[in-house]
Design a protein around this ligand. Structure first.
Ligand SMILES: NC(=O)c1ccc[n+]([C@@H]2O[C@H](COP(=O)([O-])OP(=O)(O)OC[C@H]3O[C@@H](n4cnc5c(N)ncnc54)[C@H](OP(=O)(O)O)[C@@H]3O)[C@@H](O)[C@H]2O)c1
Length: 276
């Protein structure tokens, strides 16, 4: 049976790899979206009427509504929504610019939520659907200079887990993808950087500047990631949390072990605060 997949942010990185993979499947209607659809010409070679390109800036509610309407008109359903579009931001908490941080929340969190809200009625009507939200390893663990980025991805984690609880009885499943470092445009052009030249935070200078090169040097291969995500999503058994890359597993495991050990020690004290 032909399924309709809708992906945000398919101009580069994970979104482009996923779109390229899906465009070659015989049983897929692909909705490839981007802020500038001329960046989607790479899909033309695969298009035999099964690809819909839509202009979509996820921060623009009118474009979100129009994109979903155009899919309803052409394909009637949306079976898989991949909320991939996202930005980074490298700066200490103190050096972070409020407007830039708010914009990152608009894209990474509220854009994802608006997209989801627009697609949920369709999925509820058809009593089936899969929503795949791009979080990050940094949605589970933190590191200096990435505090506000982590804050957006921790928000995506909490939102997605609660949504999964709300809609699992309606035939809809929600999964989180949690990549560590991958060779996409994310740490380069898709992330603003505030390099502390001097002062108490100057020790982070190199750590922040180095991200411009991470687009080429990160261990993760987005083409492999796209294949794993596709295989998982079509397996019928995709986990709620899908880590991708070694750090995504090892970093998270270390954090949760430390937290569990600490809570084991604090258990009696914590319980003692309840008196009813
Ligand atoms: N690469 C990593 O190491 C890594 C690790 C963990 C998580 N992630 C997450 O993976 C997701 C995809 O990023 P990527 O790594 O593939 O980076 P990427 O190559 O920079 O791709 C980001 C995509 O998001 C789009 N985008 C940005 N702002 C948008 C907006 N307002 N509306 C619609 N689309 C917008 C970009 O479109 P334009 O071309 O128009 O800018 C681009 O297509 C993000 O959510 C990111 O946080 C990445």
């Amino acid at each position: 049976m032909v399924k309709t997949w809708f992906i945000t942010g398919t101009s580069s990185g994970f979104g482009k790899e996923l779109a390229t993979l899906l465009a070659q499947k015989g049983d897929v209607n692909l909705v490839a979206t981007a802020r500038h659809t001329e960046q989607l010409d790479y899909l033309n070679q695969y298009d035999h009427g099964q690809i819909l390109k839509a202009t979509l800036d996820v921060t623009k509610k009118d474009q979100v509504a129009a994109a979903v309407k155009s899919v309803e008109d052409k394909f009637s359903t949306i079976d898989v929504l991949i909320n991939n579009a996202g930005l980074g931001y490298f700066a200490t908490i103190e050096d972070s610019n409020e407007n830039d941080v708010r914009y990152m929340f608009d894209v990474n969190v509220f854009g994802l939520a608006d997209m989801t809200k627009a697609v949920l009625p369709l999925m509820r009507n058809q009593k089936s659907g899969r929503i795949i939200n791009f979080s990050s390893a940094l949605g589970l663990v933190t590191m200096p200079t990435m505090g506000f980025y982590s804050a957006t991805k921790f928000a995506v984690e909490g939102y997605s887990e609660a949504l999964n609880q709300e809609v699992s009885g309606l035939g809809i499943k929600v999964s989180l993808v949690e990549p560590s470092g991958f060779r996409t445009d994310w740490s380069g052009r898709s992330s603003k950087k505030v390099v502390p030249k001097e002062g108490d935070y100057s020790g982070y200078n190199d750590m922040i500047s180095a991200n411009d090169q991470n687009s080429e040097q990160a261990p993760g291969d987005p083409k492999i990631a796209a294949q794993i995500i596709y295989d998982q999503a079509t397996s019928g058994d995709m986990p709620e949390h899908l880590p991708l890359g070694q750090f995504a597993v090892d970093g998270s495991r270390a954090k949760f072990k430390k937290l569990t050990d600490s809570f084991d020690k604090l258990e009696k004290l914590a319980y003692s605060a309840d008196n009813k």
